[in-house]
Design a protein. Structure first.
Length: 326
């Protein structure tokens, strides 16, 4: 299977435009079998996926450990692993100007990166991202000085940030600055804010864009039915996110999208993935993949073909302002 690849900003890397999202390997989306997770990762590598996104927060480091296991079994081409360091405390979603100096003090950053290196079993991290970007970091660059020191010490290669949920505008200034190598952002049919300014700002400095939540946590997979919610494990990430009336409202909006897209594509997941890969500014889209069937299906949309002519513009009207992470 030939997986289409794209330049990762100005790094010189060429990465699979569909990346392996490893959040679910931590166990927060439901029960996981670590051996099955390793097999899924190796299967993705064999099929051409060469970019994996994980984080210390995913299962309190467990996702990193599983990814590390897969790397020890892999003997093929280089796999680029992106991980993240979470802040000392997460700001409230309504807080507009969190204190980045308090969130990422030097000693804390060093300690967290050492932990990720140990769990992944690596001597150097390919890409370290601040898991919660705070816009004050453009001016207050203590975090960046520390990360540059760690890069000089050979412990990290590239530096990126992950934008707060549904705050794409907070990445515009750091994208224009060229201070970092990548920006991770929520972008999908329902969340199109990155198209306003962020994508162009990133292109101006050749900063890579990593898309997350391309399938809107699964709602745009096309697999959900009226009974799906009740099948999720109590306490799981999905059960919490789509609680109350949220699930039915999501199904209603998904049906509206399908009413439009069914005349172009047979499956909604194909529309959703091709939609986020349509802009050339996007380097890769993180997709959760747990088995060979899902991997093959997702990679089948990674063929370099554009979204059907005119469909991107028609989907502009389906923007939906909400944050189900709170």
């Amino acid at each position: 299977m030939a997986v289409h690849r794209r330049p990762f900003g100005r790094t010189g890397w060429n990465v699979s435009e569909v990346a392996f999202g490893a959040w679910q390997l931590g166990g927060q989306w439901g029960p996981v079998d670590d051996n099955a997770s390793v097999r899924a990762l190796l299967g993705a590598y064999e099929r051409g996926v060469n970019f994996v996104d994980t984080a210390q927060m995913y299962g309190v480091g467990h996702s990193e450990e599983v990814v590390g296991r897969s790397l020890r079994h892999w003997t093929g081409e280089r796999i680029y692993v992106a991980t993240k360091v979470q802040p000392t405390s997460w700001p409230h979603p309504d807080e507009d100007d969190p204190d980045i100096r308090a969130a990422y003090p030097p000693a804390y950053l060093r300690n967290q990166i050492e932990g990720s290196l140990r769990r992944l079993g690596q001597e150097r991290l390919d890409l370290i991202q601040l898991h919660c970007w705070m816009p004050g970091g453009v001016g207050d660059q203590e975090w960046l000085v520390t990360l540059h020191e760690l890069r000089d010490e050979g412990k990290i290669d590239r530096i990126g940030v992950s934008l707060r949920d549904y705050r794409a505008d907070e990445g515009v200034a750091i994208a224009r600055s060229g201070l970092i190598d990548s920006i991770q952002v929520i972008y999908n049919i329902f969340e199109q804010t990155p198209e306003a300014e962020l994508l162009a700002a990133a292109a101006s400095s050749q900063t890579a864009i990593i898309v997350r939540v391309a399938l809107d946590s699964g709602s745009l997979s096309g697999a959900w039915t009226a009974d799906t919610y009740d099948q999720w494990a109590d306490g799981s990430q999905l059960k919490e996110m789509f609680r109350g009336d949220r699930y039915q409202e999501t199904l209603r909006r998904v049906a509206e999208v399908r009413a439009l897209t069914d005349q172009y594509y047979e499956a909604l997941d194909e529309v959703a993935i091709r939609f986020v890969l349509d802009p050339p500014e996007v380097s890769t889209a993180i997709i959760g993949m747990s088995n060979a069937r899902r991997i093959d299906r997702n990679l089948g949309f990674s063929d370099g073909h554009k979204l059907a002519t005119g469909l991107h513009e028609k989907l502009a009207g389906y923007q939906w302002k909400r944050n189900y992470y709170v």
